[in-house]
Design a binder for this molecule. Structure first.
Ligand SMILES: [Zn+2]
Length: 415
């Protein structure tokens, strides 16, 4: 339900001069050709020339820095196209040729974070700070990586420093307060670790309930991964379990929200009266949230709310008879919620009754797409979104149907 966005803008400069001691005319000429190509934005050609110069003058710090910058710029261009995997390969080369330079490490840390590879992200960013202590971008990102890894106090230490240096750092104050609020609720939580999940839960959870939560999650990992054609996000996937009261204190969502995914799965184990939820209800909620994890692994943050929620509902429970009756009522009364109006997060925006209808319409829409066109198309849609395509174009490219056509199809079923 929450979108994680990160964009790295890098500004790199290229050095033209070669040290006088490096009297290799050829290396100088390749370097200059590389600089010329770099200035036109042709990074592939620039890399070609700088690599040749580097082979002839491997000790030249100018050539090494230029080659590093060209790799970084190519990586940046790939990342803007959502091709993080290839971007990472360029950055690894950049670090190899210019190991004293913190910049490619920071960029690589940011991309690993974007791909949910938390451990490599932390390694890169810690190393970057060793090379360049006080770099605010590195400290902020490292705080983000610790936060995502649920090490809240280490995250706050990084962010404290950044806010001290730059109190108006965009968006950081809000992240800091969120972490602080969660830390004050979760300070005495127990932790448990499985192959894929790291789970935090409050003291007093009965052993049997805890065991069933763990097996629900492990099953969701396998089942949902398989249903989406082999999608297995890297560990650790963080899951924080609460009492209902702790859940609303930590997340600030209203009482009718059953669980959330904001980069971590957060779910209450009790109802508002403090009674432990039944296993079936827990299974439905945790599976629903896990679908968000898997969908994000394919589509990144570029996914409309109706698709994200509709998919999570479709893969965690069938439409009940009561749901179907409510859909008939809803459409007979005009059915005013359009898919276009349901692209952004609706939590804490729509009143409870309308929110339920928004979920229901999303559920019915994705169930129709899934049943009529199959799983492979749905995965294709998520991939198209992951490549940065806009919502309705991705839908059209995958199903040859725009919003209005899909809405007519759904309406036709529940007339
Ligand atoms: Zn959801």
């Amino acid at each position: 339900m929450f979108q994680f966005r990160f964009q790295t803008a890098i500004a790199l400069c290229i050095m033209v001069a070669m040290p006088a001691a490096l009297a290799q005319r050829q290396a100088t000429s390749h370097n200059n050709e590389g600089v010329a190509a770099y200035k036109t934005g042709d990074f592939a050609t620039a890399i070609h020339y700088f690599e040749r110069a580097y082979r002839q003058a491997p000790d030249s710090s100018v050539v090494r820095r230029n080659l590093c910058n060209a790799y970084q710029s190519e990586a940046n261009a790939l990342a803007l196209n959502n091709d993080y995997r290839r971007a990472v390969r360029y950055l690894e080369k950049a670090i190899e040729v210019d190991p004293e330079n913190a910049s490619p490490l920071i960029q690589l840390g940011a991309y690993h974070l974007r791909m949910d590879n938390l451990n490599p992200a932390i390694e890169c960013l810690e190393e970057a700070i060793t090379l360049k202590p006080g770099d605010l971008t590195a400290h902020e990102l490292l705080g983000q990586a610790y936060y995502r890894d649920n090490d809240l106090s280490s995250a706050r230490a990084q962010w404290d420093y950044v806010l001290e240096m730059e109190p108006d750092r965009p968006g950081l104050e809000a992240k800091y307060e969120k972490a602080f609020r969660e830390e004050s609720v979760e300070y005495d939580f127990n932790r448990w670790k499985s192959r894929h999940f790291r789970i935090s839960y409050p003291p007093g959870v009965p052993d049997a309930l805890r065991a069933s939560v763990f097996s629900i999650l492990d099953r969701a990992y396998v089942d949902i991964g398989r249903q989406l054609g082999g999608v297995y996000p890297p560990p650790p996937i963080h899951v924080i379990l609460y009492t209902a009261e702790q859940f609303s204190e930590a997340t600030l969502v209203e009482g009718h929200v059953g669980a959330v995914y904001d980069g971590k799965i957060r779910a209450p184990l009790t109802d508002a009266d403090g009674v432990w939820l039944e296993t079936r209800e827990l299974e439905r909620r945790l599976t629903h949230e896990y679908v968000h994890v898997a969908a994000r692994h394919i589509a990144g943050a570029n996914i409309p709310w109706w698709l994200n929620e509709g998919l999570a509902e479709t893969l965690s429970k069938p439409l009940s008879e009561q749901d179907v009756r409510r859909l008939h009522d809803y459409f007979s009364q005009g059915g005013e919620l359009t898919l276009a109006s349901l692209e952004d997060n609706q939590i804490n925006r729509l009143p409870a009754a309308e929110l339920r209808l928004a979920y229901l319409k999303s559920h019915a829409t994705v169930t129709l797409l899934w049943n009529r066109y199959g799983r492979a198309r749905m995965v294709g849609l998520l991939r198209a979104l992951g490549n940065g395509m806009d919502y309705e174009s991705a839908l059209h490219a995958t199903y040859h149907r725009n919003y209005a056509m899909v809405e007519r199809d759904v309406h036709a079923i529940y007339r």
